[in-house]
Design a protein around this ligand. Structure first.
Ligand code: NDP
Length: 310
């Protein structure tokens, strides 16, 4: 029997207690509840584990995120340096993310923000229709999710730029690499999409200096992590008309508290961290595949590099 501990919160994580043994009946799944005694589990399957959780798993051999991001794991100082950390990479999640990006970009490109505001005031106003080729869209992060979304935008006719740490070649996308190319990537963008992982280098990247480089009246779509955004800078850019709107799917605190002032700002669209997720079946299959690889001493799938932070 291999013992797997579920560590963290959320319905998806708890549902894996029943799902994993259906894929591999030799797995024994337990939930590591806060404050309980240490556990012998060798595998930790996690979504936002409470800080210090890994110190309670002395026999740990693999830490697996149930999502694409791993920032919530690397932020925990109790994560042992020698234990591999893996994440999800899922073609269906990629398609879902691309759908969401297309919807969000089209919303701003077709000026539906303005149309919905007019509708609330019973105002019939026809927004000028512009060609997609005249709309400059930038995608920050060209990884498993961002690269596909950027190419789908290019197929749709948008003028697309992408930015990553390393050089990329993607059909229809003007690719920029590294910090030195960041300003050139941003200059004059009409819509900016963030699909970066949260690292020390990317924390707060959606701030005043970034907004100032965009076209006036630009829109920002944050699908990465809440900590990418400097909220005070967003409010100032909206007040000054530098930005006309923002779509936020991720927040420092989730769920976003009911009394958060963002809810009252009509210029901000709020979605509940729903841009795209993996199905339970896919998570279970990938986790079990990695457990088998670990047992056979084979290279693990979708292992992240803690020194890079993603
Ligand atoms: P990947 O690790 O596959 O890709 C990350 C991309 O970001 C890479 O292209 C990488 O560059 C680039 N990058 C990282 N650091 C920097 C930097 N300092 N400067 C420039 N580029 C950088 O991640 P995914 O595409 O799978 O996911 C991205 C993020 O999306 C996740 O970490 C998560 O936070 C978020 N997410 C949100 C969801 C939602 O529902 N809202 C769902 C799933 C994920 P390079 O290619 O050169 O390494």
């Amino acid at each position: 029997m291999t013992r797997v501990a579920l560590v963290g919160r959320g319905a998806t994580l708890s549902s894996l207690a029943a799902r994993l043994p259906r894929v591999d009946p030799s797995l024994e799944v337990v939930t590591l509840a806060p404050g309980e005694a240490p556990d012998d589990a060798e595998i930790a399957l996690c979504w936002y584990p409470p800080p210090g959780s890994f110190a309670r798993l002395p026999r740990l051999r693999l830490v697996h995120s149930i999502a694409a991001g791993c920032d919530h794991l690397l932020a925990d100082p109790s994560l042992p340096a020698q234990v591999p950390v893996c994440r999800m990479v899922d073609p269906d999640q990629r398609l879902g993310m691309t759908e969401f990006v297309l919807w969000a970009v089209l919303h701003y490109h077709r000026r539906l923000d303005q149309v919905f505001a007019d509708r609330a005031r019973h105002r019939w106003h026809w927004p000028v229709q512009r060609e997609a080729s005249g709309c400059r869209v930038g995608v920050m992060g060209l990884g498993a999710l961002g690269a596909h979304a950027a190419q789908a935008l290019a197929v749709q006719g948008f003028s697309v730029r992408g930015w990553a740490r390393s050089a990329k070649h993607l059909d229809g996308v003007a690719c920029f690499a590294g910090e030195e190319a960041f300003d050139a990537f941003l200059d004059g963008l009409d819509i900016l999409v963030c699909l970066l992982p949260l690292t020390e280098a990317t924390r707060g990247i959606l701030g005043r200096a970034t907004f100032a480089r965009l076209a006036r009246d630009a829109a920002v779509i944050n699908l990465g992590r809440g900590e990418h955004l400097v909220r005070d800078d967003l409010r100032a850019a909206l007040d000054q008309g530098q930005l006309r709107g923002a779509l936020l799917d991720v927040f420092e605190r989730e769920p976003l508290p009911e009394d958060d002032p963002l809810w009252r700002d009509h210029r901000v669209i709020i979605t509940p961290h729903m841009a795209s997720a993996s199905s339970l079946d896919t998570i279970a299959a990938q986790v079990v595949a990695n457990i088998h690889r670990l047992e056979r001493g084979e290279a693990l799938l979708n292992r992240i590099d803690p020194s890079r932070g993603y």
